[in-house]
Design a protein around this ligand. Structure first.
Ligand code: C2E
Ligand code: MG
Ligand code: MG
Ligand code: MG
Length: 292
């Protein structure tokens, strides 16, 4: 029996169909409509730069406000969007919203860059760089303020297609980040072939720091990644940081950027702005232009 909990309170049970089949049958027609009816929302999670002691970036994380099921987490529908080709429109929708938001931060005096997740199909699409360039121009955001997060497995699916796309994105001046690092196959050896400037240590290693019989291995793994990062000039991000103790340990292990519930949960843009102003110690003057 398939049972799914996604943190949104939504569960799907079925005796004869697997989860993927249920999602496909129930959600696919809805997902098509969702794009037309603009039901996708973007939340933002702070990335805290340890050297600067400030939030310098935000990761855009998509949510779907489903008319009857409520707010759905990306794990429920990204796979479906991928397998049906809707991911092209979904990514473009999130990218456009995130860049518009980035422009609003800029106009409101918040110096933040924004990070958008790509999926495998996006990375293999030769039309992506031109679309990204157009989206940047339309929003009036300089390329260096955009980071695109890719995963190793999405590159490895078809490296011959993906690598030229990534090089073109790099040439535009967009920053590339390798997400969920350490969960793929080839990791270290492949890293120097990819034009990335940032690596995000997978949450499982960060969480492992708090598990008694995994702590030493996790720390050793993270240290090897930060060591590599230092020698290759990569920024190392730790994701899934849920406590002050783990944050301090990651600082000592050489991580540059911290992301996780301890710093801030993904928030709708209005709440995110307020949270960042507090985190960055910017006094919010009464009557100051309210960005939304
Ligand atoms: P990801 O890119 O690795 O994003 C990090 C995920 O970890 C997010 O889940 C975030 O809410 C969660 N997270 C952050 N800090 C913590 C923490 O301290 N503890 C725990 N337990 N979790 C934390 P979310 O938002 O559900 O997104 C899941 C995945 O869905 C993302 O993983 C990404 O792969 C994908 N995704 C999200 N938005 C998009 C999108 O716009 N396009 C594509 N293609 N994929 C997306
Ligand atoms: Mg990500
Ligand atoms: Mg990740
Ligand atoms: Mg992930």
């Amino acid at each position: 029996h398939a049972a799914k909990r996604d943190g949104t309170g939504v569960r799907a049970y079925s005796a004869d169909l697997d989860e993927g089949q249920v999602e496909r049958l129930v959600l696919l027609p809805d997902l098509r409509r969702a794009l037309e009816r603009d039901e996708l929302d973007v939340f933002y999670q702070p990335k805290l730069d340890l050297a600067q002691g400030a939030v310098t970036s935000a990761e855009a994380l998509v949510r779907w406000n489903h008319p009857t099921l409520g707010r759905l987490a990306p794990d429920v529908f990204i796979g479906l969007a991928e397998s049906t080709g809707l991911i092209e429109r979904l990514t473009h929708n999130v990218l456009a919203k995130a860049l518009r938001q980035c422009r609003e931060w800029q106009d409101a005096g918040l110096e933040l860059s924004v990070a958008v997740n790509l999926s495998a199909r996006n990375v293999g699409n030769p039309a992506l760089p031109a679309r990204v360039a157009a989206a940047l121009a339309e929003a009036g955001v300089p390329a260096h303020r955009l980071t695109l997060e890719i995963t190793e497995s999405s590159v490895m699916r078809d490296p011959e297609r993906a690598l030229p796309v990534l090089r073109e994105l790099e040439a535009l001046g967009v920053a590339l980040s390798l997400d969920d690092f350490g969960t793929g196959y080839s990791s270290l050896s492949y890293l120097q072939r990819l034009p990335v400037c940032e690596v995000k240590v997978d949450r499982s290693f960060v969480m492992g720091l708090e598990v008694a019989d995994e702590a030493r291995t996790s720390a050793a793994l993270i240290r090897s990644i930060t060591g590599l990062g230092a020698s290759l000039g990569l920024r190392i991000v730790a994701e899934g940081v849920e406590s002050a103790e783990v944050l301090e340990e990651l600082r000592e292990l050489g991580c540059d950027v911290i992301q996780g519930y301890h710093v801030g949960r993904p928030l709708p843009s209005a709440e995110f702005d307020a949270a960042v102003r507090v985190l960055n110690g910017v006094a919010q003057e009464a009557g100051a232009a309210a960005p939304v």
